[in-house]
Design a protein around this ligand. Sequence first.
Ligand code: SAM
Length: 254
Amino acid sequence: MEPAFNFWDNMAKRYPRFNDITMSKDVNHILNWCQNKNVSFEGASILDIGAGTGTIAIPLAQKGAQVTAMDISEGMLAALNEDAKEQGLSSKVSTHQSDWDSFPLNQKYDIVIASMTPAISDLQKIEKMLGATKGIGIYVGWGKYRINKLVEALVKAHTKEEEDCASGGCIKANQFIEILKEKNIPFESDFFATSWVDMYTFDEAKEYSYDQLKRKEITPDEEIVESILVSFLKDDKVHVKTEAEKGMVLWNVA
Ligand SMILES: C[S@@+](CC[C@H](N)C(=O)[O-])C[C@H]1O[C@@H](n2cnc3c(N)ncnc32)[C@H](O)[C@@H]1O
């Protein structure tokens, strides 16, 4: 369950855009993998579920797709629209703000894609996704690990317990695969390692820490948060490194 406070609108201020170097490396890897499996994006109608700032929607539009980017967060879609406009791609991308549950599925798309989004967090939401495509679907989720030492330290200091921080509310790639197997839907999959470093001012890091804790329904303790952040300070910035595995799943029922 997603929290009531505006986690994703807050995240939108910090979330990478389509031209972020690390993010675009991952996205190119995913889209190239699909193209090598004979998926053609040019001219395709594509629904991007939980599109965020357009990290995938904008590269797809650049490849000539007609993208519907849906997301629950106004802030994320504002960033997406800003970048689409700047890239001269406004006619290639339309946005729709809603929860995936209440998104009106008035048509089937050539391709449906969901990447790293809690929009896809249970079987019912997966089934809606499977029903949204004429044939091709792409799911990107966490693989076996995601390590963020700052979030681990914050959670541990507040709860005195280790917590599995890996899922972030989304269905993991392997869980998605199990559901396709149960439904006898043929698929291909692959996994890759990725890592990135976010650099925040102390105040930004504090806001980030509070959001991460509140998302886990933990009440932040200012003194604890500040003492942990100090240990992550380098040259006046808080460095937050994440190492993770991502899994890509491609199916075609056409
Ligand atoms: C980690 S971001 C992923 C963005 C993009 N797909 C990517 O791979 O970079 C997760 C996105 O899912 C959106 N989201 C979360 N819950 C959602 C829901 N129930 N329905 C639609 N979007 C949702 C958030 O607003 C956020 O933009």
